[in-house]
Design a protein around this ligand. Structure first.
Ligand SMILES: NC(=O)c1ccc[n+]([C@@H]2O[C@H](COP(=O)([O-])OP(=O)(O)OC[C@H]3O[C@@H](n4cnc5c(N)ncnc54)[C@H](O)[C@@H]3O)[C@@H](O)[C@H]2O)c1
Length: 268
């Protein structure tokens, strides 16, 4: 039985993927900074009948020793790790850079960038010894160089994640010549708490009607996206691969569809 580790999986996209991996008979390691959220997530996950097991580990990805502990508990329980997803991430306050504090910036970069780098480093070291495995880093706004006031620091982190993931994939073949696949996961816009919360929920992000309109056209619930990406991640055999939901083609189709039928995610 295969095993997946997902950081930031008490809710949102991480939890949606946990459900799909369980449906695909994977042992699932749920991990998050939010202990109560993890407990609830485990109870909900158990409702999906499977012979596979669930492990929960509290892990703040800004602390390398907690990531090491997450890996060690996974190996002690399941013997190996097949897929490791650095999913934990936060949004920034909707402000230009000059109005952010150093604390705002450190908070985001420590989770979205350093958390994923350290998660990759620790998972890679183990997978290199193990001789196989897949690491996924989650892209986001900015990964493709898109720019918008209020998303500059988030976009900087996600642009860096894209570079980092491609560079680590290159190391995997050129330096190690092993079978560890380092890949990108590109979900697009997801209707989760992430959109309206910054600084770990302390700061509210107000969405303008214009932004809501775009999210209503291009957005989806994380479950929709997860059901598409998880089977493709499981099947993937390519290093430096990218599993993407919101491709340019899909975005065009969504704009076309919106002429006839509109979502209203924010009033449901
Ligand atoms: N929502 C979107 O539109 C969108 C779009 C593209 C990419 N993403 C990315 O997808 C990922 C998941 O986002 P989401 O929308 O599910 O967000 P979410 O806010 O619903 O969930 C994020 C989870 O991460 C956890 N978390 C926060 N800080 C943590 C830390 N220090 N250590 C461990 N866990 C921590 C939270 O407790 C939460 O459970 C993020 O990397 C985000 O950048 C989101």
């Amino acid at each position: 039985m295969k095993t997946v580790v997902i950081t930031g999986s008490a809710r949102g996209f991480g939890f949606a993927m946990a459900k799909d991996f369980r449906k695909n008979n994977f042992n699932v390691v749920l991990s998050d900074i939010n202990q109560d959220g993890l407990k609830k997530a485990k109870e909900e996950l158990e409702e999906i009948k499977s012979e596979a097991k669930i492990l929960t580990v509290v892990c703040d990805v800004t602390k390398s020793e907690m990531i090491e502990d997450l890996l060690n508990k996974t190996i002690d329980t399941f013997g190996s790790v097949d897929i490791w997803i650095n999913n934990a991430g936060v949004n920034q306050p909707d402000l230009p850079v000059a109005l952010l504090t150093e604390k705002d910036i450190d908070f985001l970069l420590n989770i979205d960038l350093k958390g994923a780098i350290n998660g990759s480093r620790i998972a890679f070291a183990h997978m290199a010894k193990q001789g196989y495995g897949q690491i996924y880093n989650v892209e986001g706004y900015g990964s493709n160089d898109a720019m918008k006031t209020g998303l500059t620091i988030y976009g900087t982190a996600k642009r860096a994640i894209t570079y980092f993931t491609e560079a680590l994939a290159k190391e995997s073949t050129s330096h190690y010549n092993n079978n560890v696949l380092v890949c990108r996961l590109t979900p697009g816009i997801m209707i989760t708490n992430f959109l309206t919360q910054a600084n770990g929920g302390e700061t509210k992000v107000e969405l303008s009607n214009k932004v809501k309109n775009v999210y209503n056209i291009l957005g989806d619930y994380p479950e929709t996206i997860s059901a598409y990406v998880v089977p493709r991640m499981i099947k993937n055999k390519k290093n430096n691969g990218r599993v993407a939901w919101l491709t340019t083609g899909r975005a065009f189709r969504k704009f076309f569809k919106a002429m006839f039928k509109k979502n209203d995610f924010f009033n449901e």
